[in-house]
Write a protein that binds this ligand. Structure first.
Ligand SMILES: *Cc1c(COP(=O)(O)O)cnc(C)c1O
Length: 387
């Protein structure tokens, strides 16, 4: 009786219904399934951050509608963090916006800048919300494949002129989910240049800037000279501090983009619960000490898992950042077929690479979001499969 709107029916099909069903059946049967499919940290939020919210929640001052754009103190903490971490100075009034998680901002931004038929350039494979947000705004996604031969960087010179003319936005995400690739400063410089030349809003998702290893420190695209003229950057406390459930993030950069996104948001939501913002202030204040421990845990897991998978014959290097391993699979399999084998024969859940876009076919994504013991168990079970 109630037909779904076209914007819903245009979403890509959900590819993993069969797999989800198999997982459920196995769990019901009592199989010990190890889930390495989800990008959700198993680690708890650091205690000091939890304590700050526990205290804030008892203060009735925090029980009201918060500011649409973010508490002054939270915005100031974000500004200070950007300055200390990236040497980027931001105008707190016009260049920072608090978000109910990065996802929310990523999904809403196209509503502010995309008219039906406008093109949005999106790397693929990628976080699915760049695409769904585009479709909800009536935009047309144009996918830029991320392949190994290009170090999982988009080839901007391959985009046809007629596409560039209609393009209004470009999405980038480095360190990258799902490929775990990282970008060089030169790449960011070229992309800022490309955006400026073609009058394209460059949107950078920097969610994984603090999950990086071996002294590698990801940079902000706002470090590039002139970037603020064309770039908006998205950030999240979710991965940095294991705070996925809290729903807190922010956007920074170009003031027209920040204003446009703010306009959309003020008509949809009413800001982040203040007690959560107070926890966010504490998180940013403690970022070195909290984040250091979290990074150390992922680094150890990465080292163990990469070595074990290499021993089993997989070709992969240690990623410099993110908690994902992007693993090429044997040529005789599809991504889904391979993931199904890992599930049925090893009880290990991974994400088929094509779930993030067609160029992800031939890969699986494995998230290091279980403890070392479970990861070792998963790797040992995978080793025993006859491939
Ligand atoms: C996890 C993730 C997000 C979502 O972050 P939230 O702040 O939890 O909404 C956004 N982008 C990428 C690439 C992610 O992996």
């Amino acid at each position: 009786m109630f037909e779904l709107a076209e914007r819903i029916t245009k979403l890509p099909p959900y590819l993993f219904k069969d797999m989800d069903q198999k997982i459920n059946e196995m769990v019901k049967k009592g199989v010990d399934v190890i889930n390495l499919g989800i990008g959700d940290p198993d680690l708890p939020t650091p205690v000091k951050i939890v304590d700050s919210m526990a205290e804030a929640i008892r203060n009735p001052k925090n029980h009201h509608y918060p500011s649409y754009t973010g508490m002054e103190e939270f915005i100031a903490a974000i500004g200070k963090w950007y300055d200390q971490r990236f040497s980027v100075s931001l105008d707190p009034k016009n260049e920072i916006l608090a978000l109910i998680g990065a996802k929310e901002g990523v999904a809403h931004l196209p509503l502010a800048f995309i008219n039906p038929g406008d093109i949005v350039l999106i790397t693929s494979p990628s976080y699915p919300v760049y695409n769904s947000g585009t479709l909800f705004a009536g935009g047309e996604p144009y996918f830029l494949p991320l392949i190994k031969e290009n170090d999982f960087m988009p080839d901007l010179s391959s985009i046809p002129t007629n596409i560039i003319e209609k393009a209004k936005m470009l999405w980038l995400n480095y360190p990258n989910n799902p490929t775990s690739a990282v970008a060089t400063k030169e790449f960011f410089e070229d992309t800022v240049d490309f955006a400026r030349t073609n009058n394209i809003l460059l949107c950078h998702d920097l969610t994984y800037s603090e999950i990086a290893f071996d002294n590698y420190r990801p940079i902000s695209i706002l470090e590039i000279e002139g970037a603020k003229n064309v770039c908006i950057e998205f950030h999240s406390l979710s991965k940095t501090y294991s705070m996925t459930g809290w729903r807190i993030g922010f956007a920074a950069g170009n003031k027209e983009a920040i204003k446009g996104l703010g306009l959309i948001k003020s008509n949809i939501d009413s800001g982040i619960f203040q007690a959560i913002q107070i926890a966010g202030i504490e998180a940013l204040r403690l970022y070195e000490e909290s984040n250091e421990q979290i990074k150390e845990v992922y680094k150890r897991r990465r080292d163990i898992m990469v070595q074990k998978l290499q021993e089993s014959g997989f070709t992969l290097n240690k990623p410099k950042a993110t908690f994902y391993l992007w693993i090429p699979i044997p040529h005789s399999y599809t991504s889904v077929g391979f993931a199904e084998r890992l599930l049925t024969e090893a009880g290990v859940v991974v994400t088929p690479g094509n779930g993030f876009g067609r160029p992800g076919e031939g890969y699986i994504r494995l998230a290091l979001t279980q403890n070392e013991e479970r990861l070792i168990e998963a790797a040992d079970r995978i080793k025993n499969i006859e491939l």
